[in-house]
Design a protein around this ligand. Structure first.
Ligand SMILES: *Cc1c(COP(=O)(O)O)cnc(C)c1O
Length: 408
């Protein structure tokens, strides 16, 4: 057996085509491979960056040796996201990987291309997810491309406008659940199990495989010079899990020898992972989540166990930041010309806090993951920035007079 599902708790193995996400023992399942290629695969990956083949152009499928096999992937291609150097006082080597540059504007596309491909290969006619917005936007788009029916479950009235617009436009059937994300999540798990609908939340181990490529692609862009830190926001903790797994597998394959430390940043009002970390991961207590960063407003992250393994493997840390710190960081990122949605700014807020605490040094090489695009959440913009438009008549002299005063 070349690829299979394995329980991270008891080690029991299931075939890859099994649509279960949890073991009989209750543990989470992950995808396992019997074999990875050796370090010379990076030359193949480099050659693919110049190829015109859609699978090579995809910043996900380009790294297909670390993904499930499929004869016919559903791809845009996605994952062609830039790595920018960010100038912030005190930091010499701060980079941002802008996953908001994906086709539907968030990193969720990286998981979804693999998840929808697998759904199609399994012959599924319908897919479903609970979502704080970006998963539904991504799933609706990929389902439309694949000709599969999409059902999304959203917490009523708590979705950023851009995300809801996408789910509507791409033709998903939308259920607004009277409750929060965690209620919607419980609902969709039951519904999809009972009705044979394929679930595409990050509880789905196949989706997380695609998200591993955020790390692989970033290290490739850094020419395999391994950074000291990779910093990311944490909600349902799918990315923290996927990043940890990617690093374990790259190390196992001998492609990397040094491992960057992961720092997962939560919003203080939605920080059960942080509270558990502080406690040495001895206990885990779900919370009632509240934060302006809607994408990480999650009180009971389903991937806790996997994310814990990722933090432990990388000697990583978990930190929490206030909504004010998140919005201040968003202002910096927006004004740098890059921009992002609030949840993504938690990563910069986190690094600024960890720098002040002396945990992260200014000379270290740091990569921040920006998870979602600025346009996802237009309503927050006036709360972050002074609205700068100037009302004028259409008379040339009036406008000239004003401009003369404000031109530097
Ligand atoms: C989904 C999402 C997150 C949270 O990621 P997890 O993998 O659930 O921790 C963070 N930011 C944005 C923009 C997202 O869409």
């Amino acid at each position: 057996m070349k690829q299979y599902l394995k329980c991270i708790r008891c080690g029991r193995v299931y075939p890859l085509h099994d649509t279960r996400f949890r073991c009989d023992c209750g543990g989470l399942l992950e995808v396992r491979y019997s074999h990875f290629p050796g370090p010379s695969i990076v030359d193949t990956w480099e050659k693919r960056t110049g190829s015109r083949e859609p699978l090579d152009q995809s910043g996900v499928w380009r790294y297909r040796e670390f993904l499930i096999r499929s004869s016919n992937p559903v791809t845009y291609p996605e994952g062609r996201t830039n790595l920018y150097k960010l100038g912030v006082d005190g930091f010499e080597n701060l980079y941002v990987k802008h996953e908001g540059e994906n086709p539907t504007g968030s990193f969720k596309d990286r998981g979804m291309t693999v998840g929808i491909t697998h759904a199609k290969d399994l012959g599924m006619k319908a897919v479903a997810c609970a979502s704080t917005g970006n998963t539904s936007a991504s799933m609706a788009a990929y389902a439309a491309r694949a000709g599969i029916k999409a059902f999304v479950f959203l917490p009523s009235g708590r979705i950023a406008a851009g995300k809801l617009a996408q789910a509507v436009a791409y033709g998903a059937t939308i259920f607004e659940v009277m409750g929060d994300f965690d209620d919607a999540m419980n609902m969709v798990v039951k519904v999809s199990k009972e009705l044979g609908i394929y679930l595409l939340n990050s509880l789905n181990p196949v989706r997380l495989e695609g998200q591993k490529t955020i790390v692989i692609d970033t290290l490739h862009q850094l020419d395999w010079e391994i950074p000291d830190w990779i910093i990311l926001p944490g909600g349902n903790l799918g990315n923290t899990s996927a990043f940890g797994k990617a690093l374990m597998e790259l190390k196992e394959a001998g492609i990397i020898t040094k491992v960057p430390r992961l720092a997962t940043i939560q919003a203080l009002g939605a920080a059960p992972f942080f509270r558990s970390f502080v406690n040495g991961f001895k206990t885990f207590q779900p919370v009632k989540a509240e934060t302006v960063a809607t994408a990480i407003r999650i009180g009971n992250p389903v991937n806790f166990e996997k994310a814990k393994a990722g933090i432990q493997f990388t000697k990583g840390i978990v930190e929490a930041v206030t909504d004010r710190e998140i919005l201040d960081a968003k202002r910096i990122l927006d004004r740098s010309g890059i921009g992002c949605e609030p949840a993504s700014a938690a990563s910069l807020a986190g690094v600024l806090k960890l720098y002040k605490m002396g945990v992260i040094k200014g000379y270290e090489r740091i990569v921040l993951i920006l998870t979602g695009n600025l346009l996802k959440d237009p309503e927050i913009v006036p709360k972050v920035h002074d609205v700068r438009s100037i009302r004028v008549s259409s008379r040339f002299e009036d406008i000239r007079g004003i401009l003369k005063e404000v031109i530097p």
